[in-house]
Design a protein around this ligand. Sequence first.
Ligand SMILES: [Zn+2]
Length: 237
Amino acid sequence: MSGEAPGETLDDLVVANHILYAEGVVDGFGHVSTRHPERPDRFLLARSMAPALVAADDLMEFDLDGNATGGDTRTPYVERFIHGAIYKARHDVTAVVHSHSPSVIPFGVTGGSLRPIYHMSGFLGAGAPIFEIRNAGGMTDMLIRDNALGDALARTLGRGAVALMRGHGSVAVGFSIKQVVYRAIYTEMNARLQMEASRLGAIEFLAPEEARLAAAMNDTVLERPWELWKRKVEVGK
Ligand SMILES: [Zn+2]
C-alpha cells in the first residue's frame, strides 16, 4: 500500500491505468507509474495485473532499484525496473508509461524513424530512439527484468520523451501523469498515421523547431483531453 501518497495522485494513477486501456495503449500488459510526490526516491505502480482492473488498493510503492517498500509481498510487474531506472536518470520525469501498443512495433523492428507527422505529437522531436536489448543483454526474453537493462534503456531514452524497444514496445515519460498519458496515446496515433501516410508518398515531418513549439503549446492544454478520457472511462464503468 502507498498510504502516505496524496489521494489525488493515487486517483490520477488509477484513472491513467483505465484511460490507457480504453484508448488502446495497453491491453492485459503494459503499465503506468508516477514518482512519489513526497518521496522522489520512490515511485508508485500497480501490482502485476491488467491495467483496466487496477484500483487504489492495488498500487504498490517501490524504491528506485525496484524493491517494494514496507514489506509488501504482492507480486510486482517483472518490468518495474523500467520505471526506477528512468526516475534515477531523469529528475525532470514524474510519470512513465510502458506499453506494447501495436502501431509502434513496426518502427522498432525496421529502424524506420518514428517522427512527428502532426502537431499533436511534437514531443517526438527529431524522432524516437530505438533501444536494442541485444547490445545490453545479449540473448534475452526481451523483458527489462533487472536494473542493468533498465539503465541501458534509460541511456537510450536520453533526454527524449519516447523510446522504442525493438521487438517489444515503447516507453513514454512526462512531467506529470496527464502529460505521459497524452504522450503515450499520441505516440500510438502518430505511428498509425505515419504508416498510412508513408503509403501515399514521401512525408513532410514537422521540423524540429515546429515540433518544439507545438509540444510547448500542447503542454498548456493537457487538462482538456484528460477530462474527456476520464469521463469516458467513468461512464464505461
Ligand atoms: Zn513490456
